[in-house]
Design a protein around this ligand. Structure first.
Ligand code: SF4
Length: 366
């Protein structure tokens, strides 16, 4: 099977590398996808169950919120049993940073905007993180920007976000701690893009990309895709988190698709479906959804075409591994542009699956 591998067509920004558990971030490591659990962290079973689902969907690093002592106490069990590295997300309480490090978390995320009390704790945190080999993410968010910077800049501008991040880094650097990655998130993709560009030019720390509060599934997907697409195409970004007001498994799927679309992660399933037009002789939208569902989780990467007519279908989908063109209540099943079977419309999906499973795709599907 020949898959079109696009890239990466860009020069990656040179960043230093940190290790989040066994996942390298930065330093030319593959861009990783991460997400955040939505369960109550102290509910260990539910949290581990969600982590397992996210891992199956392609998540490589998971973050859990630690707003209470109960959550902090759940960290050892979660860190031990999670199949992927766990990052503890700490906002107000420095003591939970130490708890997370002791618990075996792979990294800790702190937010400079609301942890000013960290200032006098930075030395201790640096020492603890350094001896445990735990990196720290400086996670700056527009919504919780330091008051001092809000006053200076008037709002969360790209410069304000960058200054906040670099100032926090400098506190750790004073103690010789540089095992750091950074995010400067904003809900506006244009501000976010500019902030990351400026940050990328001023340091070599690996960057965690995120559009914060990006919105519900549709809007959030578009905003994240546009922002990440621009930055990743410029070589900026070492790990990504898509934030959606939707189940986190959707975040992971979108993140994986963004990387696949940019050639930064090998493709799994790609559905090449036509938009339909006046020539269509089948409900293309419905058929494309059915084929997508049927091939979800297919064990080898495939490009599957769903075309609405037999006139243009096979030609337009020549580069697909297999596909269907519909007409007169039938489906022409084709493999690499050659029609191999014609079946009734009701048998299209199962026939496509059958053809996919009965072929050796390592030798081109024949
Ligand atoms: Fe129209 Fe056929 Fe092209 Fe689909 S494949 S857009 S139905 S011409």
């Amino acid at each position: 099977m020949t898959l079109v591998q696009l890239g990466p067509p860009r020069v990656r920004r040179k960043s230093r590398q940190v290790l989040v558990g066994d996942v390298p971030v930065g330093g030319n490591a593959p861009v990783s996808v991460q997400s955040m659990t939505t369960t109550v962290t102290s509910d260990v079973d539910s949290t581990l169950q969600q982590i397992a689902e996210l891992t199956a969907a392609g998540c490589q690093i998971i973050r859990v919120a630690v707003p209470s002592q109960d959550d902090a106490e759940a960290l050892p069990a979660i860190a031990k049993k999670s199949p992927i590295p766990v990052i503890a997300d700490i906002h107000f309480q420095p003591k939970y940073v130490f708890a997370a490090i002791d618990a075996g978390c792979a990294a800790v995320r702190v937010n400079p905007g609301n942890i000013r009390q960290f200032d006098d704790k930075v030395r201790e945190i640096s020492q603890a993180a350094s001896s445990a080999g735990v990196p720290i993410r400086i996670g700056v968010n527009a919504g919780s920007l330091d008051k001092r910077l809000l006053e200076k800049y008037g709002k969360a501008t790209p410069d304000a976000l960058v200054e906040s991040a670099l100032w926090e880094c400098s506190l750790f650097e004073e103690h010789g701690f540089t095992d750091i990655k950074i995010s400067v998130k904003h809900h506006d993709p244009l501000v976010m893009i500019e902030a990351y560009r400026k940050l990328a030019a001023r340091c070599d720390y690996p960057l965690h990309l995120g559009v914060t509060e990006a919105g519900p599934r549709f809007q959030g997907t578009i905003k994240s895709s546009v922002a990440f697409g621009v930055l990743l195409a410029e070589g900026i970004g070492d790990t990504i988190r898509v934030s959606l007001s939707a189940p986190p498994v959707e975040e992971v799927k979108v993140g994986a698709q963004i990387l696949e679309s940019l050639g930064l992660r090998p493709r799994r399933l790609e559905i090449v479906s036509c938009p339909s037009c006046g020539r269509a002789q089948v409900d293309v939208y419905k058929l494309a959804e059915e084929v997508t569902a049927a091939f979800d989780g297919f064990p080898v990467p495939l490009r599957v075409a769903v075309m609405g007519c037999v006139v243009n279908g096979p030609g337009e989908a020549r580069e697909a591994d297999l596909g269907v063109s519909s007409g007169n209540g039938k489906g022409q099943i084709f493999v690499r542009g050659q029609v191999v079977r014609t079946v009734p419309e009701s048998k299209i999906v199962e026939t496509l699956l059958e053809e996919a499973m009965n072929r050796d795709w390592t030798t081109g599907g024949y």
